[in-house]
Design a protein around this ligand. Structure first.
Ligand SMILES: O=C(O)CCC(=O)C(=O)O
Ligand SMILES: [Fe+2]
Length: 234
């Protein structure tokens, strides 16, 4: 991580953005060398548990690969630290949404809970998009156990590395049409965002706002991204 970017963020403002918008930017989470290093793993024979060709599943166009356990050291470290930082907000959201689920202090404890319930496969992933590739709006839900916030990191540089391929979030409020937001990311920037529902204060207490995320079509070049999902998959 770029001279410990995580330690440098004003976490109360990250939380405030997640509260008000359902997403927050984490600029410069990874430096360009780390981005290049991680993206270059895409072609490796080993280190992944599966490869998904998106059009075969109706997910869009392009492909991604889920890392295998053990995760690359920096991915593992980033995932555990993000969990610790996001945990207070995640617990607060569950409380406000009437869920009895609370997230334990250590990510390993939460993963043990996932694994005991049959969600034992790692979810951090690398995505690769070429011209015409895109990712349909979706939610990364892989079973009963869900950590409500996830992070995506852009590994390529917009402009010189690729054009198009914007990270898009939508939110749907009860009885309203969806609203879309494009998150402007540069290489190494990350976005933390709600996986599914988040609480928003209303006249009669909190109501549920449903979020989805995706990527618009890449026009030229190659776009790599890394997704850090904090629950594991069945
Ligand atoms: O390619 C992206 O930026 C988004 C990837 C994604 O869907 C995810 O990280 O869950
Ligand atoms: Fe996703």
């Amino acid at each position: 991580m770029s001279s410990d970017a995580l330690a440098g963020y004003d976490w109360s403002s990250v939380e405030a953005d997640l509260e008000s918008e359902g997403w927050a930017q984490l600029p410069g989470l990874l430096g360009p060398p780390a981005c290049r290093d991680i993206a270059s793993r895409y072609g490796d024979e080993e280190g992944f548990r599966s490869r998904v060709v998106m059009h075969r599943h109706g997910f869009g166009r392009g492909e991604y690969r889920y890392f295998a356990y053990p995760l690359p050291e920096q991915v593992e470290a980033l995932r555990a630290r993000l969990y610790g930082l996001l945990r207070p907000l995640a617990n607060g959201w569950n409380e406000r949404l009437g869920s009895g689920v609370r997230y334990p202090q250590k990510h390993a404890e939460f993963l043990a809970r996932c694994h005991a319930a049959g969600q034992a496969r790692p979810t951090p992933l690398l995505l690769r998009y070429g011209p015409g590739d895109y990712n349909r709006l979706h939610q990364d839900l892989y079973g009963e156990h869900v950590f409500p916030i996830q992070v995506a990191v852009l590994l390529s540089e917009p402009g010189s590395g690729f054009t198009g391929g914007e990270f898009v979030l939508t939110e749907q409020r009860p009885r309203m049409q969806s609203r879309a937001t494009v998150v402007p990311l540069r290489q190494g920037d990350a976005v933390a965002f709600a996986v599914n529902e988040r609480p928003v204060p209303g006249a009669r207490g909190d109501y549920r706002v449903k979020m989805r995320h995706g990527v618009s079509a890449v026009v030229s070049g190659t776009r790599y991204a890394m997704g850090i999902i904090l629950h594991d998959a069945a």
